[in-house]
Design a protein around this ligand. Sequence first.
Ligand code: ZN
Length: 316
Amino acid sequence: MSVNTMPKNSVSTPNFTGKRPPQVAVEAFPICPACGRPEQQDTTRLRIDSARGKSSWAKCNSCRAYYLTGEYDTAAEACHTVDMPWGQMQAGVRLNDFKKRMYDAALAGIKKHAPDAKKILDVGCSFGGFLMEARNQGYDGSGVDIVPEAVDYVQQQGFAAEKCGSLEHCQLFSDKNPVDVLAVLDAHIYWPNQPAELSAAWRLIKPGGLLVMRVITKSHFVSIGRVIKPIAPNFSNQLIRRSIGDHRFCMPLKTLLQTIEFSGFRIEDVVPRDARHSDDSSIAVRALFKIGDLSWKMLRCHLAPGAMIYARKPNA
Ligand SMILES: [Zn+2]
């Protein structure tokens, strides 16, 4: 069954009480993989030229998220990732240095929201940059990634790690052996399905434990690009291509927060400035995060290209 389907006899928005995750599909009809609602007949279809080439996308008119359509193939996704810098050892290790500011911000957030936490699972751990920073600060880290070479590298650094295309297949932790903190830093945009992966994350986290996500939220740039296309087609194409990169999702922050809450988590904090990768980020990126941080704090209006989300699995 496709990952973008759900049972015909299930409710459109599952009963997210914080006590159990959404149920598994039985008989399928198409759903939006960003919010989990049934796909509407008026779903907007688009052709987008992204880092994956010309590809078919849809925009959900319920949650306003853009997403890549078609079946999710784990092997093809792993092959694609190996072609990206974070799928290759030298470039991946360089990226670890570049992202240190963001890793430190996430760890400071973890200290604040889960002061007793010891075990962290890094989802999409790549070549272990966050795990090494976490270890330097006294955490017991482990990771999952879709790229075998990244998993081998992380294991060689002494971490428990597992090749895993979906959290549903993760063996490192379980509901019987849950983790204190599950971190998803720049990885949710490659998930096959947001509600399904969040449900799997929910099962792996201990009651009272923390979900930390560095999310990429550039759908407003794609929408601007579509509006200006008739008057500035080249700039429009560049803006859309740059916003999407090689991602499978391009979601508004508020949609993502709703999906996280629907999956049983309680949002503790949303901090756009924690999502800035580096002090060496371009002036434009630094300005966007600065403006975005202020607009979020003062108006709950999200303008930044990303944010750090701290969410808690409630105690049973
Ligand atoms: Zn949707």
